[in-house]
Design a protein around this ligand. Structure first.
Ligand SMILES: Cc1cc2nc3c(=O)[nH]c(=O)nc-3n(C[C@H](O)[C@H](O)[C@H](O)COP(=O)(O)O)c2cc1C
Length: 405
């Protein structure tokens, strides 16, 4: 056989010349984005994202709370045009998914909060800006126009809390998410071992990492300094513990009531809430709860939020929006959460792995993967819409024994 004849049999794929895009094209799920990120990002920064508290039992349990479920598909349903859209806090979304708040995003990649929010906007999904963002409330609003949510850490300085909330309202943020699980810092073992401080300072160890991760350092040295952008005063570099010490450990339901008075938009409480607390959240005027154990970064051994969905839904009734985060790495996790009674899922690390692996296009990639996986899961389940998934959820799931999950 001649070379020309072989050429007719084998069709060559166009070669992707951009190295970053080529790397992303080789990632077929969120786990592969994570692996890629670990190769590209210096250890202390990767560990800041990837790590959790103490023995990291919650991180593992968060995954198991999803993977211990098995689907029971319905046969012979026309699934040629599944409707993946959902209403979340009175807004129609193409997918029941929200990008959650993560602090110091520009330390991970200079595309930072704006890059992530732009990717969210392209996918039609909400983006939550953290109190501890490295882009200010105003700068994010000026640069992008996704459905904007703002996450509040209630600070010891109560004047600052009102100021942050008023600034978010003035800039058109629609939802206020109040995080309630940071009375003190979780014991982040990896950060302590790595001596992480934020913003990072060049030390002998970080200089050594320049040689092995030059791309990261070149990007960082070319981009504006990392600052706590929502605060006027300059802050020196701090450990995670010093940062979390700025937050009030004395917050109670009275603080939620005061915020409810001040904030006229939708109000969501984010933390490890059980049935009784969810009922109190309704009483305090919250529109939603975001069941969360902070991705296993605060109280290690805190119950996986996925395990709370059913009881919270039953206790709070249909009026409360139930969001869930911690451990979502696949579209099938989103389908499981909805089938258990959640209205939407929220992601943290899943998009940060994309950001570390490939900047803003990496976040697009993470969102594309989750969207495609969710749609395919609905189709293979024999479900034609998110509403149907919610309605018949318990018939579509069976729980396998935790030991074999
Ligand atoms: C690097 C990082 C920074 C985070 N920063 C914040 C934050 O500033 N405010 C907050 O409420 N939660 C923060 N979280 C928690 C996330 O909002 C979310 O609860 C968690 O990431 C969900 O778990 P997952 O990462 O397994 O998706 C952070 C999480 C990570 C991984």
């Amino acid at each position: 056989m001649k070379v020309r004849e072989i050429g007719q049999l084998i069709r060559m794929r166009p070669v992707e010349l951009d190295a970053a895009r080529r790397r992303l094209a080789r990632c077929h799920d969120i786990h592969e984005l994570r692996t890629r990120a670990r190769r590209l990002i210096p250890r202390p920064v990767f560990d800041y994202v990837d790590g959790g508290a103490d023995e990291e039992l919650s991180i593992r349990a968060n995954r198991e709370a999803f993977t211990r479920w098995r689907f029971v598909p319905r046969a012979l349903v026309d699934v040629s045009a599944p409707d993946t859209s959902a209403r979340v806090l009175d807004r129609a979304l193409p997918l029941p998914l929200v990008l959650g708040p993560t602090g110091f995003t520009r330390m991970v990649h200079p595309a930072g909060e704006i890059g992530v929010a732009r990717a969210a906007e392209r996918s039609g999904l909400p983006y939550t800006l953290s109190t501890m963002a490295t882009t200010s409330i105003e700068d994010l609003a000026a640069a992008t126009d996704p459905d904007r949510w703002f996450q509040l850490y209630i600070l010891k300085d109560s004047g600052l809390n009102s100021e942050l909330v008023d600034r978010a309202a003035a800039c058109g943020y629609r939802v206020l998410v109040v995080t309630i699980d940071t009375a003190v810092a979780g014991h982040r073992s990896r950060d302590q071992r790595n001596g992480l401080i934020i913003p990072p300072e060049l030390t002998a160890r970080s200089i050594a990492s320049i040689a092995s991760r030059p791309g990261y350092w070149i990007r960082m040295l070319r981009s504006p300094a990392i600052v706590f952008a929502n605060f006027a005063a300059g802050h020196p570099s701090m450990t995670i513990e010093e940062i979390i010490a700025l937050f009030s450990p004395a917050i109670t339901w009275d603080d939620i009531a005061a915020l409810r008075e001040r904030w006229t938009g939708k109000l969501v409480i984010k933390g490890p809430l059980g049935a009784a607390d969810a009922a109190r959240a309704v009483g305090a005027g919250a529109d939603g709860v975001q069941l969360s154990n902070h991705g296993g970064r605060q109280l290690d051994r805190a119950v996986p939020p996925a395990d709370l969905i059913t009881e919270v839904r039953d206790a709070a009734g249909p009026g409360l929006s139930v969001l869930v985060d911690s451990g979502i790495r696949h579209g099938a996790d989103i389908a499981t959460a909805i089938a258990l009674g959640a209205d939407a899922c929220v992601i943290g690390r899943a998009y940060l792995y994309g950001l570390m692996a490939g900047g803003e296009p990496g976040v697009d990639k993470a969102l594309d993967l989750l969207t495609t996986q969710f749609r395919r899961t609905l189709q293979l389940l024999g479900v034609t819409s998110v509403a149907e998934l919610r309605k018949h959820g318990h018939e579509l799931l069976t729980r396998v024994h935790p030991d074999i999950a």
